[in-house]
Design a protein around this ligand. Structure first.
Ligand SMILES: *Cc1c(COP(=O)(O)O)cnc(C)c1O
Length: 364
């Protein structure tokens, strides 16, 4: 599933470093920039160089436990343009909690949740003040906000310098933002299972850490080369139960009317979209189950299949191929339950639908 999602850093970034006394020293920094209109008017190369602002972190150590050994966690969340011109964040408290837990999972000091939410708001607010934010476009209403733009926020940890293998005692937390455009469908929505393993019991599968992305990236590339847009991971022990998509959670709407998603454990990433979809489905009167679900059950019982994550939102899967057998869902088209959940979620995020759970948080 392709997506217009490239790095064109907004100027304001946030940095905080853990101090020996346990506090965090915070700083906001504005990277080189022109006014948004002046940047847009630059010739292509000048514009890319400026927008990327890629070499703009000379003050962080290059040789450290993140770059050498993968001691790095991250988050991804979005701020959505609203009709009144404001921006609203989707459940930032959830990202704050997961970031802290991820850092603690890698045995580094966890970043305080209140600081996380305040810093995210302030980075987005400062960039907006400079004019760096997507403007609300009423055209988006026509397709239920599937074409909507947003600010993508990427907080990540980064360790102190080091070459000998060690834990991070004084990490930084950096927050950068970049615009994300409309979601584009890939050439198809076919998925294929892989016999590679994403996460092992007692491993780091539940932690949003960079290291977990190596295998999925290889697998997704392999799936793409075979003509599939998505890869599906099975459990490490039996290669029988479905775990996740390449980097997203997975749902099955069964013929019996139940919405099933694999239960959380140490091999599944606790997605915030996953949690939200479960809440929405329950709210809509759809019975939900978090449990183990075998690939065989999926192939014979699923009516609709979709994957969830902040980047793609909710994406339907038209078919799954496993060991040469292919099951097609809903004639290869997006199903009704998937569509309803997708439009409800987008509607809440862009402020067009009631937010019964109080998920949206104003930036200002
Ligand atoms: C981030 C992520 C997800 C989706 O989580 P959201 O909070 O919904 O964005 C799912 N699976 C993996 C492996 C992830 O890293």
């Amino acid at each position: 599933m392709a997506k217009s999602f490239s790095l064109s850093l907004y100027p304001w970034v946030y940095k905080a470093q853990h101090q020996p006394d346990g506090s965090w020293q915070e700083a906001f920094e504005a990277k080189v920039h022109l006014a948004p209109e002046a940047e847009a008017a630059l010739p292509h190369e000048g514009r890319m160089a400026l927008l990327a602002r890629r070499n703009s972190f000379p003050d962080l150590p290059l040789v450290n436990y993140s770059t050498q050994y993968g001691f790095s966690v991250f988050e991804g969340l979005k701020a959505f343009p609203q009709k009144d011109g404001s921006l609203k964040l989707f459940r930032p408290d959830e990202n704050a909690r997961r970031m802290r837990r991820s850092m603690e999972g890698l045995k580094m000091p966890g970043f305080p949740e209140e600081l996380f939410v305040l810093a995210v708001k302030e980075v987005v607010r400062r960039n907006k003040e400079l004019g760096f934010y997507p403007r609300y476009n009423p055209e988006w209403e026509k397709d239920g906000f599937l074409s909507g733009h947003a600010v993508y926020i990427r907080p990540f940890s980064y360790t102190e310098p080091g070459i000998g293998l060690d834990l991070s005692h004084h990490p930084w937390v950096v927050i950068i933002t970049t615009p994300v455009g409309a979601y584009f469908e890939g050439p198809n929505n076919k998925a294929v299972t892989t016999d590679r393993i994403r996460a092992t019991p007692k491993g780091t599968g539940w932690i949003k850490c960079s290291a977990n992305y190596v295998i999925p990236t290889l697998v997704k590339k392999e799936a793409n080369e075979q003509g599939y847009m998505e890869a599906i991971f099975l459990d490490a022990r039996e290669q029988r139960y479905v775990e996740e998509g390449s980097s997203c959670n997975i749902f099955f709407y069964l013929k019996n009317g139940t919405l099933v998603t694999p239960e959380l454990g140490d091999t599944i990433l606790p997605g915030i979209t996953r949690k939200s979809v479960l809440a929405l489905a329950t709210h809509m009167g759809i019975p939900t189950e978090e449990r183990k679900i075998s690939i065989d059950e999926v192939l014979s019982e699923a009516k609709e299949v979709f994957v969830t994550g902040t980047a793609a939102g909710i994406s339907y899967i038209e078919s799954i191929t496993h060991e040469g057998k292919t099951a097609v869902f809903n004639d290869g088209k997006m199903g009704e339950v998937t569509r309803t959940l997708l439009l409800t979620l987008k509607g809440i995020q862009y402020g067009a639908k009631e937010d019964p759970f109080g998920w949206m948080v104003p930036v200002e």
